[in-house]
Design a binder for this molecule. Structure first.
Ligand code: URA
Length: 227
């Protein structure tokens, strides 16, 4: 692949900007400086990328999958209204690449959020047909007992929804901590389900999406994952 095209695909700049960077000796790949504008690279062999001596994250091609440990106070949107966008947590060159979150987390929700440029993957993960389990750690406003779990597992009717929705699993870790697994991703689903069951969500953390967890990832931290 032409080096300038590769750099474009990494979000480094336009064709003209990338050619300029190469010709001016600003680009090093795997520690080797490239100054010939006709240079080529094998994308799968690129392990490190430096622009003007600054090391940049190498974005896998053609598809990439990111696991973000979303902090509170960020909106899952490219056009946030009130808080900064989750995309502001990524380096500049990556923010120029087209990418979408796999479903949404509310601004005050923390935990596992997947981000990708693979539309097919995104659809499969979010479609209710595929029943991908999502595990939430819910801090409740009021003490709860087993009745809450039974109600959620039997199904509750959400306000403005005709169908009842049931938890795939619901376990109380303590009277105020509920571990809730759902397989859909309706708008404010956990908060609405808990409200419909007579309690209230004080804090919400997604501990797991499919097999992905935030283990060893600090809040606001992210990594590329292989799917
Ligand atoms: N359910 C909610 O209510 N909020 C979230 O952020 C995710 C699931």
């Amino acid at each position: 692949m032409q080096l300038f095209k590769y750099l474009q695909s990494q979000g480094i700049g336009t064709r003209k900007e990338c050619l300029w960077l190469i010709e001016n000796g600003c680009i090093a790949i795997n520690g080797v400086l490239y100054s010939n504008p006709h240079s080529t690279v094998q994308p799968e062999e690129v392990k490190s990328l430096e622009v003007n001596g600054e090391s940049l994250a190498v974005v896998p091609m053609p598809y990439f999958y990111i696991l973000l440990n979303k902090p509170a106070g960020y909106e899952t949107s490219h056009k946030p209204q009130q808080y900064p966008s989750i995309f502001s947590l990524f380096p500049d060159h990556m923010r120029r690449l087209p990418m979408q979150a796999v479903g949404r987390l509310d601004a005050d929700t923390t935990g596992v959020l997947l981000i990708t440029n693979d539309g097919g993957f995104n659809h499969r993960q979010t479609s209710p047909k595929h029943k991908v389990p999502k595990l939430y750690r819910v801090t409740l406003k009021h003490d709860a007992d087993e009745t809450l779990c039974t109600t959620l597992k039997n199904g509750v009717l959400l306000h403005d929804d005709n169908e009842s929705v049931a938890a795939a699993d619901a376990v109380l870790e303590s009277p105020r901590i509920l571990l809730l697994t759902i397989t859909e991703g309706k708008y404010h689903q956990v908060k609405r389900m808990v409200a419909a069951a007579g309690n209230r969500v004080e804090q919400l953390h997604r501990s797991k999406f499919g097999n992905q967890t935030t283990e060893n990832l600090p809040e606001g931290g992210w990594k590329f994952i292989v799917m």
